[in-house]
Design a protein around this ligand. Structure first.
Ligand SMILES: [Zn+2]
Length: 58
């Protein structure tokens, strides 16, 4: 899967705030994602992030 910074992704598992769309802020060993619903930022290990992605929105 080819993810790039600035893309909006949808995850299989939603955030506790119920949002499932995220903006990709940084890519490396970990992905830094910002929840588009509540604005919170999270760091997710790359493997886990790639598995949890349902689709790339844009
Ligand atoms: Zn959220």
């Amino acid at each position: 899967m080819d993810i790039q910074v600035g893309q909006i992704i949808q995850t299989k598992k939603p955030h506790p705030c119920s949002g499932d769309r995220w903006k990709v802020l940084r890519i490396g060993m970990d992905f830094k994602l910002q929840c588009l619903t509540c604005g919170r930022e999270v760091m997710v290990p790359r493997k886990k992030a790639e598995k949890s992605i349902k689709q790339i929105i844009e």
